[in-house]
Design a protein around this ligand. Structure first.
Ligand SMILES: [Zn+2]
Length: 381
Protein backbone atom coordinates (compact mmCIF):
# COMPACT_ATOMS: atom_id res chain seq x y z
CA UNK A 1 0.00 0.00 0.00
CA UNK A 2 1.35 3.37 -1.05
CA UNK A 3 1.64 5.92 1.75
CA UNK A 4 2.68 9.57 1.81
CA UNK A 5 6.33 10.25 2.59
CA UNK A 6 5.32 12.76 5.28
CA UNK A 7 1.81 12.07 6.66
CA UNK A 8 -0.18 8.83 6.99
CA UNK A 9 -2.52 9.29 4.02
CA UNK A 10 -2.47 6.21 1.85
CA UNK A 11 -3.91 5.37 -1.54
CA UNK A 12 -7.38 4.62 -0.07
CA UNK A 13 -7.86 8.34 0.72
CA UNK A 14 -10.30 9.94 -1.67
CA UNK A 15 -8.69 12.11 -4.35
CA UNK A 16 -5.14 11.43 -3.18
CA UNK A 17 -2.13 11.60 -5.51
CA UNK A 18 1.60 11.44 -4.86
CA UNK A 19 4.41 13.42 -6.49
CA UNK A 20 7.73 11.97 -7.64
CA UNK A 21 9.15 12.34 -4.14
CA UNK A 22 6.17 10.50 -2.64
CA UNK A 23 4.56 13.55 -1.01
CA UNK A 24 0.74 13.56 -1.12
CA UNK A 25 -1.33 16.37 -2.66
CA UNK A 26 -2.96 17.15 0.72
CA UNK A 27 0.41 17.81 2.37
CA UNK A 28 1.21 20.08 -0.56
CA UNK A 29 -2.12 21.89 -0.22
CA UNK A 30 -1.38 22.51 3.45
CA UNK A 31 2.17 23.71 2.69
CA UNK A 32 0.71 26.16 0.19
CA UNK A 33 -1.91 27.45 2.61
CA UNK A 34 0.63 27.82 5.37
CA UNK A 35 2.98 29.76 3.06
CA UNK A 36 0.12 31.96 1.91
CA UNK A 37 -1.19 32.74 5.42
CA UNK A 38 2.26 32.73 7.12
CA UNK A 39 0.68 30.47 9.70
CA UNK A 40 2.14 30.56 13.22
CA UNK A 41 4.80 33.17 12.35
CA UNK A 42 5.17 36.73 13.64
CA UNK A 43 3.93 37.93 10.27
CA UNK A 44 0.82 35.73 10.43
CA UNK A 45 0.11 36.95 13.95
CA UNK A 46 0.47 40.56 12.80
CA UNK A 47 -1.96 40.02 9.93
CA UNK A 48 -4.45 38.49 12.33
CA UNK A 49 -4.22 41.47 14.70
CA UNK A 50 -4.92 43.77 11.76
CA UNK A 51 -8.04 41.73 11.05
CA UNK A 52 -9.05 42.06 14.71
CA UNK A 53 -8.71 45.84 14.43
CA UNK A 54 -10.88 45.79 11.30
CA UNK A 55 -13.53 43.67 13.07
CA UNK A 56 -13.64 46.23 15.89
CA UNK A 57 -13.97 49.10 13.40
CA UNK A 58 -16.79 47.38 11.52
CA UNK A 59 -18.61 46.56 14.77
CA UNK A 60 -18.33 49.97 16.39
CA UNK A 61 -21.62 51.11 18.01
CA UNK A 62 -23.13 47.66 17.59
CA UNK A 63 -23.96 45.30 20.42
CA UNK A 64 -21.66 42.58 19.02
CA UNK A 65 -18.79 42.79 16.57
CA UNK A 66 -18.40 39.14 15.64
CA UNK A 67 -20.02 35.71 15.72
CA UNK A 68 -18.50 32.50 16.99
CA UNK A 69 -20.30 29.22 16.34
CA UNK A 70 -20.17 27.02 19.43
CA UNK A 71 -20.58 23.24 19.77
CA UNK A 72 -19.09 22.59 23.19
CA UNK A 73 -16.02 21.09 21.51
CA UNK A 74 -12.40 22.18 21.89
CA UNK A 75 -11.94 24.51 18.92
CA UNK A 76 -15.08 26.60 19.33
CA UNK A 77 -14.85 26.84 23.14
CA UNK A 78 -11.26 28.01 22.83
CA UNK A 79 -12.20 30.44 20.06
CA UNK A 80 -14.72 32.19 22.33
CA UNK A 81 -12.08 32.63 25.04
CA UNK A 82 -9.59 33.98 22.49
CA UNK A 83 -12.15 36.40 21.08
CA UNK A 84 -12.55 37.91 24.56
CA UNK A 85 -8.74 38.09 24.91
CA UNK A 86 -8.52 40.06 21.68
CA UNK A 87 -11.04 42.55 23.07
CA UNK A 88 -13.82 41.48 20.73
CA UNK A 89 -17.51 41.38 21.65
CA UNK A 90 -18.69 38.02 20.30
CA UNK A 91 -22.20 36.61 20.04
CA UNK A 92 -22.08 32.83 20.44
CA UNK A 93 -24.29 30.93 18.01
CA UNK A 94 -25.34 27.32 18.28
CA UNK A 95 -27.24 25.08 15.91
CA UNK A 96 -28.89 22.36 17.99
CA UNK A 97 -29.49 19.30 15.82
CA UNK A 98 -31.05 17.63 18.90
CA UNK A 99 -28.33 14.93 19.09
CA UNK A 100 -26.08 16.79 21.53
CA UNK A 101 -24.59 14.97 24.48
CA UNK A 102 -25.06 16.48 27.95
CA UNK A 103 -21.31 17.18 28.08
CA UNK A 104 -21.54 19.46 25.05
CA UNK A 105 -24.49 21.42 26.40
CA UNK A 106 -22.79 21.82 29.79
CA UNK A 107 -19.51 22.89 28.18
CA UNK A 108 -21.25 25.63 26.23
CA UNK A 109 -22.98 26.85 29.39
CA UNK A 110 -19.81 26.84 31.51
CA UNK A 111 -17.70 28.82 29.05
CA UNK A 112 -20.35 31.37 28.11
CA UNK A 113 -21.47 32.00 31.70
CA UNK A 114 -17.98 32.69 32.94
CA UNK A 115 -17.14 34.95 29.98
CA UNK A 116 -20.58 36.60 30.04
CA UNK A 117 -21.20 35.96 26.35
CA UNK A 118 -24.76 35.87 24.94
CA UNK A 119 -26.00 32.79 23.11
CA UNK A 120 -28.23 32.60 20.02
CA UNK A 121 -29.56 29.08 19.40
CA UNK A 122 -31.55 27.61 16.55
CA UNK A 123 -33.35 24.44 17.60
CA UNK A 124 -34.67 22.40 14.72
CA UNK A 125 -37.82 20.28 15.08
CA UNK A 126 -36.33 16.91 16.01
CA UNK A 127 -38.67 14.89 13.77
CA UNK A 128 -37.59 16.99 10.84
CA UNK A 129 -33.88 16.75 11.67
CA UNK A 130 -34.21 12.99 12.08
CA UNK A 131 -36.05 12.69 8.78
CA UNK A 132 -33.15 14.43 7.03
CA UNK A 133 -30.53 12.23 8.74
CA UNK A 134 -32.59 9.19 7.83
CA UNK A 135 -32.79 10.31 4.19
CA UNK A 136 -29.00 10.52 3.97
CA UNK A 137 -28.72 7.05 5.46
CA UNK A 138 -31.16 5.59 2.92
CA UNK A 139 -29.43 7.49 0.11
CA UNK A 140 -26.30 5.42 0.86
CA UNK A 141 -24.04 8.50 0.84
CA UNK A 142 -21.27 9.26 3.33
CA UNK A 143 -22.34 12.78 4.35
CA UNK A 144 -24.90 11.77 6.99
CA UNK A 145 -23.68 14.56 9.28
CA UNK A 146 -23.40 17.08 6.43
CA UNK A 147 -26.84 18.63 7.01
CA UNK A 148 -25.59 19.79 10.43
CA UNK A 149 -22.68 21.66 8.81
CA UNK A 150 -24.97 23.44 6.37
CA UNK A 151 -27.57 24.23 9.05
CA UNK A 152 -24.87 25.65 11.31
CA UNK A 153 -23.50 27.82 8.48
CA UNK A 154 -26.99 29.11 7.70
CA UNK A 155 -27.71 29.77 11.41
CA UNK A 156 -24.47 31.75 11.74
CA UNK A 157 -25.48 33.91 8.77
CA UNK A 158 -29.01 34.46 10.09
CA UNK A 159 -27.70 35.58 13.47
CA UNK A 160 -25.15 37.84 11.77
CA UNK A 161 -27.85 39.44 9.60
CA UNK A 162 -30.19 39.91 12.56
CA UNK A 163 -27.60 41.81 14.60
CA UNK A 164 -25.88 43.45 11.60
CA UNK A 165 -22.61 41.67 12.37
CA UNK A 166 -20.06 41.57 9.56
CA UNK A 167 -17.65 38.90 10.79
CA UNK A 168 -17.90 35.22 11.62
CA UNK A 169 -14.90 33.62 13.36
CA UNK A 170 -14.37 29.98 12.51
CA UNK A 171 -12.33 27.56 14.61
CA UNK A 172 -10.98 25.53 11.71
CA UNK A 173 -7.26 24.87 11.63
CA UNK A 174 -5.69 23.14 8.64
CA UNK A 175 -2.59 22.65 10.77
CA UNK A 176 -4.52 20.78 13.49
CA UNK A 177 -7.06 18.96 11.33
CA UNK A 178 -5.78 18.96 7.80
CA UNK A 179 -8.15 19.47 4.90
CA UNK A 180 -10.67 16.67 4.65
CA UNK A 181 -10.70 14.97 1.27
CA UNK A 182 -13.69 15.93 -0.82
CA UNK A 183 -14.96 12.60 -2.14
CA UNK A 184 -16.77 11.67 1.06
CA UNK A 185 -17.19 15.14 2.53
CA UNK A 186 -19.28 17.11 0.10
CA UNK A 187 -22.35 19.00 1.18
CA UNK A 188 -24.48 21.88 -0.04
CA UNK A 189 -28.10 23.00 0.30
CA UNK A 190 -29.07 21.58 -3.09
CA UNK A 191 -27.71 18.16 -2.20
CA UNK A 192 -29.73 18.19 1.05
CA UNK A 193 -32.87 19.26 -0.81
CA UNK A 194 -32.47 16.55 -3.44
CA UNK A 195 -31.84 13.73 -0.98
CA UNK A 196 -34.58 14.81 1.37
CA UNK A 197 -37.05 15.12 -1.50
CA UNK A 198 -36.29 11.60 -2.65
CA UNK A 199 -36.12 9.81 0.71
CA UNK A 200 -37.80 12.10 3.25
CA UNK A 201 -41.32 11.99 4.66
CA UNK A 202 -41.61 15.06 6.88
CA UNK A 203 -41.89 18.53 5.34
CA UNK A 204 -38.79 20.74 5.74
CA UNK A 205 -39.93 23.75 7.77
CA UNK A 206 -37.60 24.51 10.68
CA UNK A 207 -34.39 23.08 9.20
CA UNK A 208 -32.25 26.08 8.24
CA UNK A 209 -31.14 24.93 4.80
CA UNK A 210 -28.81 27.16 2.83
CA UNK A 211 -30.17 27.36 -0.67
CA UNK A 212 -28.05 28.75 -3.49
CA UNK A 213 -30.01 32.01 -3.36
CA UNK A 214 -29.44 32.41 0.38
CA UNK A 215 -25.75 31.64 -0.01
CA UNK A 216 -25.44 34.44 -2.56
CA UNK A 217 -27.52 36.78 -0.41
CA UNK A 218 -25.26 36.30 2.65
CA UNK A 219 -22.03 36.66 0.71
CA UNK A 220 -22.86 39.21 -2.02
CA UNK A 221 -25.57 41.39 -0.46
CA UNK A 222 -24.88 41.20 3.27
CA UNK A 223 -21.15 40.65 2.67
CA UNK A 224 -20.67 38.73 5.87
CA UNK A 225 -17.05 37.67 6.14
CA UNK A 226 -15.72 34.40 7.46
CA UNK A 227 -12.31 34.51 9.04
CA UNK A 228 -10.25 31.72 10.51
CA UNK A 229 -7.85 32.92 13.21
CA UNK A 230 -6.03 29.58 13.39
CA UNK A 231 -4.99 29.94 9.76
CA UNK A 232 -2.78 32.83 10.94
CA UNK A 233 -1.83 32.16 14.54
CA UNK A 234 -0.40 29.04 16.11
CA UNK A 235 -2.90 26.64 17.63
CA UNK A 236 -2.34 23.48 19.58
CA UNK A 237 -5.40 21.43 20.51
CA UNK A 238 -3.83 19.71 23.52
CA UNK A 239 -2.86 22.94 25.26
CA UNK A 240 -6.21 24.48 24.31
CA UNK A 241 -7.96 21.60 26.08
CA UNK A 242 -5.77 21.93 29.12
CA UNK A 243 -6.55 25.65 29.29
CA UNK A 244 -10.30 25.05 28.98
CA UNK A 245 -10.31 22.40 31.71
CA UNK A 246 -8.43 24.62 34.09
CA UNK A 247 -10.23 27.86 33.31
CA UNK A 248 -13.83 26.72 32.91
CA UNK A 249 -14.01 23.22 34.35
CA UNK A 250 -14.79 22.31 30.74
CA UNK A 251 -14.94 18.58 30.10
CA UNK A 252 -13.20 16.62 27.35
CA UNK A 253 -15.49 14.20 25.55
CA UNK A 254 -12.80 11.65 24.77
CA UNK A 255 -12.34 11.79 21.01
CA UNK A 256 -12.54 13.98 17.98
CA UNK A 257 -16.04 15.47 17.58
CA UNK A 258 -17.69 12.99 19.92
CA UNK A 259 -19.65 15.81 21.55
CA UNK A 260 -22.63 14.95 19.40
CA UNK A 261 -24.21 11.50 19.02
CA UNK A 262 -24.69 11.77 15.26
CA UNK A 263 -21.08 12.85 14.82
CA UNK A 264 -19.97 9.97 17.04
CA UNK A 265 -22.02 7.46 15.03
CA UNK A 266 -20.66 8.92 11.82
CA UNK A 267 -16.99 8.79 12.83
CA UNK A 268 -16.91 5.54 14.77
CA UNK A 269 -19.46 3.38 12.90
CA UNK A 270 -20.86 4.72 9.65
CA UNK A 271 -17.68 5.95 7.91
CA UNK A 272 -15.37 3.09 8.90
CA UNK A 273 -17.88 0.24 8.44
CA UNK A 274 -19.78 1.28 5.33
CA UNK A 275 -17.24 3.42 3.49
CA UNK A 276 -13.96 2.05 4.82
CA UNK A 277 -13.04 5.63 5.64
CA UNK A 278 -11.46 6.31 8.97
CA UNK A 279 -11.36 10.04 9.51
CA UNK A 280 -8.94 9.75 12.39
CA UNK A 281 -6.28 9.85 9.67
CA UNK A 282 -7.04 13.58 9.17
CA UNK A 283 -6.07 14.63 12.69
CA UNK A 284 -3.35 11.98 12.99
CA UNK A 285 -1.80 13.15 9.71
CA UNK A 286 -2.04 16.73 10.92
CA UNK A 287 -0.28 15.79 14.17
CA UNK A 288 2.53 14.14 12.20
CA UNK A 289 2.90 17.11 9.81
CA UNK A 290 3.16 19.57 12.69
CA UNK A 291 5.65 17.38 14.56
CA UNK A 292 3.31 16.73 17.51
CA UNK A 293 3.39 12.99 16.87
CA UNK A 294 5.78 10.56 15.23
CA UNK A 295 4.63 8.80 12.10
CA UNK A 296 5.07 5.42 13.83
CA UNK A 297 2.84 6.45 16.73
CA UNK A 298 0.18 7.78 14.33
CA UNK A 299 0.20 4.54 12.33
CA UNK A 300 -0.01 2.54 15.55
CA UNK A 301 -3.09 4.49 16.73
CA UNK A 302 -4.63 4.34 13.27
CA UNK A 303 -4.28 0.54 13.19
CA UNK A 304 -6.46 0.19 16.28
CA UNK A 305 -10.21 0.12 15.53
CA UNK A 306 -12.05 3.33 16.44
CA UNK A 307 -13.71 3.40 19.84
CA UNK A 308 -17.45 2.73 19.65
CA UNK A 309 -19.70 3.59 22.58
CA UNK A 310 -22.01 0.70 23.50
CA UNK A 311 -25.13 2.80 23.23
CA UNK A 312 -24.48 4.51 19.95
CA UNK A 313 -25.85 1.97 17.42
CA UNK A 314 -29.06 1.13 19.38
CA UNK A 315 -29.62 4.87 19.91
CA UNK A 316 -29.20 5.58 16.19
CA UNK A 317 -31.62 2.83 15.14
CA UNK A 318 -34.21 3.71 17.75
CA UNK A 319 -34.26 7.44 17.07
CA UNK A 320 -34.41 7.08 13.32
CA UNK A 321 -36.76 4.09 13.51
CA UNK A 322 -34.56 1.92 11.37
CA UNK A 323 -35.18 -1.81 11.62
CA UNK A 324 -32.29 -4.20 12.29
CA UNK A 325 -32.73 -5.67 8.83
CA UNK A 326 -32.64 -2.27 7.10
CA UNK A 327 -29.65 -1.24 9.17
CA UNK A 328 -27.67 -4.34 8.17
CA UNK A 329 -28.67 -4.05 4.51
CA UNK A 330 -27.59 -0.42 4.26
CA UNK A 331 -24.41 -0.79 6.29
CA UNK A 332 -23.18 -3.56 4.02
CA UNK A 333 -24.91 -2.31 0.87
CA UNK A 334 -23.90 -0.14 -2.06
CA UNK A 335 -21.96 3.08 -1.61
CA UNK A 336 -23.12 6.18 -3.38
CA UNK A 337 -21.44 9.56 -3.68
CA UNK A 338 -22.44 13.17 -4.15
CA UNK A 339 -21.92 13.12 -7.93
CA UNK A 340 -24.75 10.61 -8.23
CA UNK A 341 -27.28 13.13 -6.88
CA UNK A 342 -28.21 16.71 -7.85
CA UNK A 343 -26.00 19.30 -6.11
CA UNK A 344 -24.83 22.90 -6.66
CA UNK A 345 -21.34 21.66 -7.54
CA UNK A 346 -21.52 22.53 -11.25
CA UNK A 347 -22.84 26.00 -10.48
CA UNK A 348 -19.91 26.52 -8.10
CA UNK A 349 -17.51 25.43 -10.85
CA UNK A 350 -19.15 27.67 -13.47
CA UNK A 351 -18.91 30.63 -11.09
CA UNK A 352 -15.32 29.84 -10.13
CA UNK A 353 -13.91 33.31 -11.04
CA UNK A 354 -16.55 34.98 -8.86
CA UNK A 355 -15.82 32.67 -5.94
CA UNK A 356 -12.12 33.37 -6.33
CA UNK A 357 -12.82 37.05 -5.76
CA UNK A 358 -15.15 36.24 -2.84
CA UNK A 359 -12.44 34.05 -1.28
CA UNK A 360 -9.88 36.84 -1.71
CA UNK A 361 -12.19 39.13 0.29
CA UNK A 362 -12.88 36.43 2.93
CA UNK A 363 -16.52 36.28 1.90
CA UNK A 364 -16.17 32.54 1.43
CA UNK A 365 -13.37 30.42 2.91
CA UNK A 366 -10.39 29.80 0.62
CA UNK A 367 -10.89 26.08 1.23
CA UNK A 368 -14.41 26.37 -0.22
CA UNK A 369 -12.91 27.81 -3.41
CA UNK A 370 -10.19 25.18 -3.61
CA UNK A 371 -12.47 22.22 -2.98
CA UNK A 372 -15.89 23.17 -4.32
CA UNK A 373 -15.09 25.19 -7.42
CA UNK A 374 -12.93 22.70 -9.30
CA UNK A 375 -14.11 19.50 -10.98
CA UNK A 376 -13.71 16.49 -8.75
CA UNK A 377 -12.21 13.48 -10.46
CA UNK A 378 -14.53 10.62 -9.69
CA UNK A 379 -13.07 7.16 -9.86
CA UNK A 380 -10.78 7.76 -6.92
CA UNK A 381 -11.99 5.66 -4.08
ZN1 LIG B 1 0.76 13.65 3.03
Amino acid sequence: MRICSRCIYDETVSGVSFDAAGLCNYCKMIDNLSAQYKTATAEGEQTWLQIVAEIKRAGKDKKYDCIVGVSGGTDSSYMIAKAIDWGLRPLAVHYDNTWNTAIATENIRKVLTKLDVDLYTHVVDNREADDIFRSFFYANVPEIDGPTDIALAETLYRAAAKYKIKYILEGHSFMAEGVSPLGAAYVDGGYIKAIHKKFGQVRMKTFPNMTFGRFLKWTLVYRIKKVRPFWYISYDKASAREFLEKEFNWQYYGGHHLENRMTAFNHSVYFPKKFKIDQRNNSLSAAVRSGHMSKEEALRQYAKPPYVEDEIIPYFKKRLQISDADFETIMSGERKYFWQYPTYKQRFERLRPMFYVLAKFSLVPMSFYLKYCFPFKAGHK
